[in-house]
Design a protein. Structure first.
Length: 425
């Protein structure tokens, strides 16, 4: 008589599904995938070395200056010989003034002379783009007042635009350090590092096969049309948001070597495209939450699944799971929480004058950091759903999966399906 422990079966739950003999195990082309993984691992390793070098070479870092007392006046500020400092500072002040204060008339060209060599002349832009003239693209009088310096901002600026001192204050310098150095370097390390790890894993492990081979029985329906449509809409939107965001963040490094005109066109497309794909991404995140939140709550199979790394290290041992295993739940909540944060901060950035410059600055920094981390996480999801695991791609392509694949990776869910007892949480 064999004793059965409570952990071996579910009380009242269907027995776990087991693979059938099928057509027999068909050995996958592991050598091919390992070579592909090794090639990409070398490429990403080289890019990582270059990125680490760029971080510490010190030639492109933003280091805020902190100075007590009256700062010294530079040669540029004093002008050339024979020009008094007071005259130069007065002339520079006119660069920030409105035309009605320091003529000529708004309709006439305006030329500034600061010393004998420094000049600034205003001219009409030929073939003005409609994106520059639309009223919604420019702040109104009330919105402009919101970015005006406050009593808490001390100091003056010689830059030729109103509110320049806001962006030069200590907080803005720290913000620039975080955006230009921390978030960009963190993003490069996260994306390249995770891509290297996935490629290295593919080179060592190879593709996770269907251990029992393809089943001779009919395939099992896993996702309906609405679920798949929502998944692909959200995925495509995120992919475009990621690409346009990378152009915005890394355009100087990745595109500028091919020419300034190409960077300008790419930057223009990325700026408008980034907002274009926002609505579909936001709608997709909401729909996925509504459809799948119940199935992605923690259950008693998750701890064992994580302990055994989801069976990714073995062809024969796969821990039990319902429709979504612990790894898929982590991806789901990363998308819901991370995507929700991106949506919230993105809305703030779309209306930068509503909550004020400080909130907008923090939203921009948070948006950049969360975005690059999300890209790294989604890379893992793409890997498992494509080259990483045999049979996984069919789940979101046709909606039906091989029975043996389901029995090996989602045995509890398959048993419920076959017995008609699948619970709709």
């Amino acid at each position: 008589m064999t004793m059965m422990h409570a952990s071996d079966t579910d009380m009242g739950a269907p027995n776990k599904a087991t693979p059938d003999s099928g057509h027999g195990h068909q050995p996958p082309h592991q050598t091919f995938w390992r070579i592909v993984g090794a090639i990409f691992a070398l490429i990403f390793a080289l890019l990582l070395v270059i990125q680490v070098f760029e971080i510490f070479d010190g030639d492109n870092q933003t280091v805020p200056e902190v100075r007590w007392g009256t700062p010294p006046i530079s040669d540029v500020q004093t002008g050339l010989s024979g020009v008094q400092t007071e005259d130069i500072l007065r002339d520079r002040a006119t660069l920030q003034a409105d035309r009605q204060e320091f003529g000529p008339s708004p309709d006439a060209p305006r030329t500034f002379q600061v010393g004998p060599e420094v000049q600034l002349q205003t001219e009409e832009i030929e073939n003005t783009s409609p994106f520059l003239t639309n009223s919604w693209a420019n702040p109104g009088e009330g919105e402009t007042a919101m970015v005006r310096g406050t009593d808490r901002v001390e100091g003056v600026s010689s830059l030729p635009y109103n509110g320049a001192e806001i962006f030069e204050r200590p907080f803005a310098r720290d913000w620039r350090l975080g955006l230009a150095d921390f978030s960009t370097h963190l993003g490069a390390l996260a994306i390249l590092g995770f891509a290297f790890l996935l490629s290295f894993f593919l080179a060592v492990r190879g593709r996770v096969p269907i251990a029992s081979g393809r089943s001779s029985k009919p395939r099992v329906k896993r996702f309906g049309l609405l679920e798949r449509a929502t998944h692909w809409m959200t995925s495509a939107s995120f992919l475009m948001l990621a690409l346009t965001g990378i152009v915005i963040a890394y355009g100087d490094t990745l595109i500028l070597p091919f020419g300034g005109d190409i960077l300008g066109q790419a930057g223009w497309l990325a700026t408008w495209g980034h907002m274009m794909f926002f609505p579909s991404f936001a709608i997709g995140v909401v729909l996925m939450f509504i459809m799948w939140v119940g199935r992605n709550l923690p259950d008693r199979y998750d701890a064992n699944w994580l302990k055994k790394a989801g069976g990714m290290l073995s062809d024969t041992t796969h821990p039990s799971a319902k429709k979504f295993n612990a790894g898929q739940k982590l991806i789901f909540w990363s998308v819901i929480l991370g995507g929700g944060a991106l949506i919230a901060t993105g809305i703030v950035l779309m209306f930068p004058f509503v909550l004020g410059i400080n909130v907008t600055s923090w939203a921009m920094l948070a948006h950049a950091i969360i975005a690059v981390l999300m890209i790294a996480v989604i890379l893992g999801h793409i890997y498992i759903g494509s080259v990483g695991m045999e049979g996984a791609f069919a789940a979101m392509w046709s909606g039906k999966v091989d029975r043996n694949w389901a029995a090996e990776h989602h045995d509890v869910w398959l048993a419920e399906m076959e017995q008609g007892k699948e619970t709709r949480q």
